[in-house]
Design a protein around this ligand. Structure first.
Ligand SMILES: [Zn+2]
Length: 572
């Protein structure tokens, strides 16, 4: 492709709205353009790269026995009501009404549709296992689209679904998908980390996410350098820091005057006790019902664990004093001691330690030496604390480390949640009808492109991994007005194309500075420069994007050298 004919322009200035490196580079390189919040057009460079990512995904899915299908984005709303997911998705679900007043959903995922498809085509155990996938456009009305292609409202996703007769079959399908995902990330140049993930309230079993470590990521993972344990912070377990054992004898409950002292930080400083010697009260609304949480002062509530525990649809922190007082509680000095009529959940950390400082349920007073179970008994006791860096690993005791990351894939053992609700069953060897066992596996294609750029860039631009670069080579002709240069560059361009290389040929009348800046910004693996100076020696300059020094290669050997260099890059 000649740049004089090429559709898409690089930007000279930095895009002000960019939130992450990939967002900035996708805009600056002219690869994407925003149409509405979280809705983008892909220009040729992005589309070429996305098609290559899709091809890699297809190859790896097919290698594990996957069969590609295509399901509609537009689906009847009743289907989503039948599985309860209309409510579960809530406002994230795009809905619309047709001319006959029937409600439709713009699907954010396809578990319902694929289950019906399989139900209509599977009779017996002989029809199983099945692995079906599609690469298709999804819709989610995200509250806060962000980061260019990281969180969008319309996006392409590879979603795969496995159907098995038993749990062993599901385990094999799950392993196959984990293997495929690892291959996909490796081929795209992404050092993804597999972490345990929350499997949510729908009764799923195992679930893993693949996270790309990056500072701009929304997810937090906890990793153990000792044994390799890795989990999303939402899901992670840890050993809570123990209490000193010197005060095991419960002391008598006492009142202490704490004028204006409301937060744990203030309390700990005012009384000169460590935060772990205090109990913190946190208040939530669980589907409209007030819930009182008690947790040791040095820990934070993990809202995902709490939501799973309460089996609620909506969990909301009561944020203002007014809301807290509306629930009959004393904001700042609330306490489980003597509390009546409010459902109370305690983190099991309160069992580690005694003689805690806790609110007195009246303004400006706290209690000393509160002990569980002597002074209060919660309705439920469970692990609802957020694991934190520095907490000990449950498996080996090594202190955990935390890192931010962006989710670039999710695999999930669904079990029979959808097949039971939608009646997808098979007859086993004994003629007994059983629900089919299901798994689902997703990778966002656009997000993968963003992640690749997030991972592979420098201050000048992108460094595309060869397998998914829009073009493999950037041919730059300097001084195109010089007939010798233009003839030599034209000839080389045709020879490179004939040899099967994908080449973007910069034949514009621009300065060397502009051309080199664009080549670095677009970041194709190989740059080849034809200039009057090099031509005098019968040579061109060949340089890999990530290398500093160019090599002089005789014009006759450029094609072979380019092919060999790219081949070497692919094998690295
Ligand atoms: Zn460990």
């Amino acid at each position: 492709m000649r740049m004089t004919r090429f559709f898409g322009k690089t930007l000279r200035e930095e895009p002000a709205e960019a939130e992450t490196a990939s967002h900035r580079l996708l805009l600056k390189s002219g690869m994407i353009r925003q149409v509405a919040s979280g809705v983008y057009s892909y220009l040729p460079l992005a589309w070429r790269s996305l098609r290559k990512i899709e091809a890699i995904i297809r190859e790896e899915m097919d290698a594990e026995g996957g069969q590609e299908v295509r399901m509609p984005a537009l689906q009847p709303q009743e289907l989503w009501e039948e599985t309860g997911r209309k409510e579960a998705f809530g406002q994230s679900l795009f809905t619309l009404k047709d001319r006959r007043e029937r409600f439709l959903v713009m699907a954010p995922t396809h578990e319902e549709a694929i289950t019906l498809l399989v139900k209509a085509n599977v009779r017996s155990y002989r029809d199983l296992p099945l692995l079906l996938y599609q690469i298709q456009t999804k819709f989610r009305d995200e509250a806060r689209p962000r980061g260019g292609l990281i969180r969008v409202r319309e996006f392409d996703m590879k979603d795969a679904y496995s159907f098995d007769a038993d749990d062993e079959g599901l385990a094999r399908s799950y392993e196959a998908m984990v293997r495929a995902y690892k291959n996909i990330y490796r081929r795209c140049g992404l050092p993804a980390v597999q972490v345990e993930a929350d499997s949510g309230a729908i009764g799923g079993k195992d679930s893993h996410e693949f996270l790309l470590p990056t500072e701009s990521g929304e997810d937090v993972m906890l990793q153990c350098p000792g044994c390799g344990y890795a989990a999303n912070a939402e899901r992670a377990e840890s050993v809570k820091p123990p209490q000193p054992q010197d005060e095991e004898v419960p002391l008598p409950l006492g009142v202490v005057h704490t004028p204006g002292i409301k937060t744990i930080e203030e309390l700990s400083a005012y009384l000169g006790v460590s935060k772990s010697k205090t109990l913190k009260a946190v208040f939530y609304s669980s589907d409209g019902q007030a819930v009182f949480i008690v947790i040791r002062g040095d820990l934070e509530v993990n809202e995902v664990k709490l939501k799973n525990l309460l089996h609620c649809r909506e969990l909301r922190l009561l944020a203002t004093d007014g809301e807290v007082e509306g629930a009959g509680l004393v904001a700042g000095w609330a306490s489980p001691v003597g509390l009546k009529g409010v459902f109370t959940v305690a983190d099991d950390s309160i069992k580690q330690g005694s003689n805690f400082v806790v609110g007195a349920n009246r303004p400006d007073y706290h209690l000393r030496n509160a002990c569980y179970p002597r002074d209060f008994q919660p309705d439920v006791m469970a692990d609802i604390a957020l694991a934190q860096a520095g907490h000990a690993c449950r498996r080996c005791g090594t202190p955990l480390e935390s890192r931010r990351g962006v989710e670039i894939g999710h695999v999930f053992k669904l079990g029979t949640f959808f097949t039971e609700r939608l009646g997808a069953a098979y007859l086993d060897r004994d003629g007994v009808q059983r629900p089919i066992i299901m798994g689902c596996y997703g990778i966002g294609v656009g997000r993968l492109l963003a992640a690749v750029i997030e991972q592979n860039h420098d201050d000048k631009g992108i460094l595309f991994p060869p397998a998914i670069a829009p073009y493999q080579a950037h041919l730059v002709a300097l001084n195109v007005d010089d007939p010798q240069v233009s003839a030599a560059a034209e000839d080389l361009y045709l020879r490179l194309e004939r040899a099967g290389l994908e080449v973007l040929y910069d034949d514009r009348q621009e300065t060397a500075g502009v051309k080199f800046n664009d080549a670095d910004l677009l970041g194709f693996p190989l740059r080849i420069v034809v200039s009057p100076r090099n031509l005098k020696q019968g040579s061109a300059e060949v340089k890999l994007r990530h290398e500093k020094e160019a090599q002089m290669v005789s014009m006759d050997e450029v094609v072979e050298r380019a092919k060999a260099t790219l081949q070497g890059q692919k094998e690295e």
